[in-house]
Design a protein around this ligand. Structure first.
Ligand SMILES: Nc1ncnc2c1ncn2[C@@H]1O[C@H](COP(=O)(O)OP(=O)(O)OP(=O)(O)O)[C@@H](O)[C@H]1O
Length: 516
């Protein structure tokens, strides 16, 4: 899942590397303690997984993605798929516990109803539901760290990075935090925790990765904080920590030395099997050589919670589902509004600054899924409906407009009755027929019109009626449908006659002309 291939990282061009030719892999569901003296490169390694800075040499791959090739615009999205917890909690002081956790979901555009449900569930899981409305300064350090963890996991990350999460906590609070981290790991999340907390590492007996001045000097399954006594890793840690003041003397207490001696005498093979140094340099080779012989037998894992308490449940429907977002799903979230500034884990952006609004999004409109489509309009009646009146050469899929284009059956019936009762029905019908005949050839019509005296009312009306002009070859460019053309001609003629003041009794000229 996470792979470092000969990674070297320098903060200054000519300075000592913070990470020096590190090659290591972390699998899904791993629980890894990252140890080493102050300045050994633990935080740098964690930050490189978040793609905070790229290596000068080597390659880092996370979930199949080469971080060196990742587009900048993908980085914020990528970082949001990784949870991060810090020693100093980094909660927003002006927001309640609930709001702090909810914030992580709001920056990815989750609907408020989803946020409410999931934050409530996560706070229950870290046993903070009763403090949801408190502000950070109103709760203890351990509670603040649990709130920070809740915020880190509320989006169900596949990877959780914790940089000394128990560094500011008393043993009891630290134990609570570790209980939660162990549960998160059991759900399938890869947890990598940088720590100086020896009792915790020793009690958990998980994979231990040790750095020394940027170099990987130990990678041990089910390890303890201290490397096997006498190994090079042991010597390096002892000297480094003595120098840095973290530990004044021999890192291994006397009682453990005794245990180690017994263990190495009884179970040397198992120790060898779990130790897997990555490097082949002198220090690593020495550590590898010595470790198998001196590795203590792994003791039964110490339970941090009382024995009566059941083991955290594996991931189920009810628990937090850990899903590593696939490349496709990440691309599909391109529509999610991105904060103008990255959520880089070191600072939480201000919501209003990022352009997010307090308004509650509707459940139906999830920015990650795109807007919900409008329901399709009711299908228009078939154009072949015999009850319909009026021409509709272009069947329309649009919903009925305010002024109905089509006539409903009842209206059609009324129109027919009106038509039968129309006083000029016969005349209009004849006019329509005449018009239809006239429509046969626009060229013929034009010729006839030109041949008639200009004073003829028919000429006046025809001249003012808008008609398509025939092209030179005598054919109309855009012949109109017969019925609509005749209707139009009639309407135009009547309007013209009215404008000319021709009395209705004399409007039979159409018939007369045609008869003549
Ligand atoms: N931003 C930076 N600029 C320059 N040098 C840095 C920077 N961050 C870290 N370093 C140097 O890189 C080296 C590794 O630092 P890093 O913070 O990774 O160590 P660490 O193991 O996490 O230490 P600690 O246990 O004290 O947190 C140190 O020598 C440190 O001074």
């Amino acid at each position: 899942m996470i792979r470092f291939d000969h990674v070297t990282r320098r903060y200054q061009q000519d300075g000592r590397p913070a990470l020096d030719d590190v090659s290591i892999e972390f699998e899904r569901g791993d629980f890894v303690f990252l140890i080493g003296a102050s300045g050994s490169g633990k935080s740098t390694l964690l930050r490189m997984i978040l793609r905070e800075g790229l290596p000068q040499k080597g390659k880092i791959t996370v979930a199949g993605q080469n971080l060196g090739l990742m587009l900048e615009k993908r980085v914020p999205d990528f970082r949001r798929s990784i949870g991060m917890v810090f020693q100093d909690f980094r909660l927003l002081p002006d927001k309640t516990v609930f709001e702090n956790v909810a914030f992580a979901m709001r920056v990815i555009g989750a609907p408020r109803s989803t946020i409410r449900k999931r934050v409530t569930k996560v706070l229950e899981r870290v046993n903070l539901d009763h403090l949801a409305k408190r502000y950070p300064h109103e709760i203890s350090g351990g509670e603040q760290q649990r709130a920070a963890i809740a915020r880190a996991i509320v989006n169900e990350p596949a990877i959780l990075l914790a940089d000394e999460p128990t560094g500011n906590l008393d043993p009891r609070a630290a134990e609570e935090v570790m209980k939660i981290l162990r549960w998160i790991s059991s759900s399938g999340t890869t947890v990598i925790m940088a720590t100086h907390d020896r009792p915790i590492v020793d009690s958990m007996r998980r994979r231990v990765v040790q750095l020394h001045r940027g170099a990987l000097v130990r990678d041990q399954q089910r390890g303890t904080y201290d490397p096997p006594v006498g190994s090079e890793a042991w010597e390096l840690l002892r000297v480094e920590e003595a120098d840095s003041g973290l530990r004044a003397s021999d890192p291994t207490p006397a009682h453990q030395k005794d245990d180690d001696a017994e263990a190495s005498a009884s179970e040397p093979e198992e120790s060898a099997a779990v130790d897997k140094p990555e490097k082949t340099g002198p220090s690593q080779a020495a550590a590898a050589d010595k470790a198998p012989a001196e590795e203590p037998e792994p003791e039964p894992e110490l339970e941090l919670e009382p024995e009566s308490e059941p083991e955290p449940e594996p991931a189920q429907e009810e628990s937090i589902r850990v899903v590593w977002p696939s490349r496709d799903s990440r691309e599909s979230t391109a529509e999610v509004p991105e904060p103008k500034r990255d959520f880089d884990g070191t600072e939480l952006p201000d919501l209003s600054r990022d352009g997010y609004e307090e308004d509650e999004p509707t459940d139906q409109v999830n920015p990650a899924e795109g807007p919900v489509e409008e329901p399709a309009p009711a299908p228009a009646p078939s154009e072949h409906d015999p009850e319909l009146v009026g021409d509709d050469p272009q069947p329309s899929a649009e919903p009925a407009p305010a002024v109905p284009f089509r006539t409903r059956p009842q209206e059609a019936k009324k129109h027919r009755l009106d038509w039968l009762a129309h006083p000029e029905r016969d005349e209009i019908s004849e006019q329509d027929e005449a018009s239809e005949e006239d429509e046969g050839s626009s060229a013929e019509e034009n010729t006839r019109r030109l041949a008639r005296p200009a004073s003829s009312p028919a000429d006046v009306s025809k001249a003012q009626a808008p008609r398509p002009m025939a092209p030179s070859d005598g054919k109309s460019e855009t012949p109109r449908p017969k019925s609509s053309a005749s209707q139009s001609t009639y309407t135009d003629a009547r309007r013209t006659a009215e404008q000319l003041g021709i009395p209705r009794s004399r409007r039979g000229f159409w018939r007369r002309r045609r008869d003549g």
